[in-house]
Every structure is written in structure tokens, then in C-alpha cells.
Design a binder for this molecule. Structure first.
Ligand code: ZN
Length: 150
């Protein structure tokens, strides 16, 4: 399993080093800010919708490797998803990162986001991984107040 774990870390480090969709979006339909005071992670999320389909997602911000990689990978998987699919993915991802550490995670529903299953062993890291997802939820609901994990 340690090889697998190394691979997971490589993916996270790669996304941290070269975050995908790391840019502001001028024509965003939705925008939300998230903050994780426990770690200092900050994220601004931009979403462009085409009907109920996510046409484009991007983010800006600064944070630890887990939060940056989570945001980067989230933007990659969301494009082309409907709002209902995005919601389902949020729930599945939440289950994977907050599940009982003594049980294997059911990662089948989250695809490559399964790399974050390892954070379940580190409760403070769970907030780093989920911050951008909570921010997404807020953006899609059109909420104005910044999201905080506290
Ligand atoms: Zn963090």
C-alpha cells in the first residue's frame, strides 16, 4: 500500500505545484470566498453556468498543498457536470474524506479524487480538502457571505 500512498502524494504535490484552472474569471455567473482559519487556506471560486450545467470553474487563493490540490482537482472534474451531479459529487467526496479511518473508503463514486481518502486519518486536514467544496456549494446557492470551516 505504501507505493499507492506515494502515488497519491505525487498527484497532490503535482496539483499544488501546477494548479489547474488557477485564474480569475471575468464572466463568472457565481463567485464565492472560502476561508479555513485553522490552516490559513483561502480560496475564491468562480463558476460559469450554461443552464444547469457547469461550463467553467476556476479558482484563486493561497493555502496548503492539500487545499490547493483539492481546488485544482475539483475544477477539473466539475466541468460538464450538472448541478445535481456536482451536488452528488460533493456528498461522495465528503464521505470519502470524513469516513471512518479504520474502514476502506468507498471511493468508486469520486474517481481520481480518491487520492484525498488519506486525509481522513488527519482530522485537521479534512477541512483543507473540503474547503473548496463548501465554497462551491455556497457559490452555487448564490450565497453572499464568505464560507468558513469554523
Ligand atoms: Zn490547509
Amino acid at each position: 500500500m505504501s507505493d499507492l500512498r506515494d502515488l497519491y502524494q505525487e498527484v497532490i504535490l503535482d496539483h499544488n505545484k501546477n494548479p489547474r484552472n488557477f485564474r480569475a474569471m471575468d464572466d463568472a455567473d457565481r463567485k464565492a470566498d472560502g476561508f479555513n482559519p485553522l490552516c490559513g487556506d483561502k480560496v475564491t471560486l468562480f463558476v460559469r453556468l450554461d443552464g444547469d450545467v457547469i461550463a467553467d470553474v476556476s479558482f484563486q487563493g493561497s493555502g496548503c498543498a492539500i487545499s490547493t490540490a483539492s481546488a485544482s482537482m475539483m475544477t477539473q472534474v466539475l466541468v460538464g457536470k450538472t448541478l445535481a451531479q456536482a451536488e452528488a459529487l460533493f456528498d461522495a467526496f465528503h464521505d470519502v474524506v470524513t469516513g471512518d479511518p479504520t474502514h476502506a473508503a468507498d471511493t468508486s463514486a469520486v474517481g481520481k479524487l480518491a487520492v484525498f481518502a488519506g486525509v481522513r486519518e488527519y482530522p485537521t486536514r479534512v477541512k483543507c480538502a473540503t474547503l473548496v467544496w463548501h465554497t462551491l456549494k455556497s457559490a452555487l446557492k448564490g450565497e453572499q457571505d464568505p464560507v468558513t470551516t469554523e
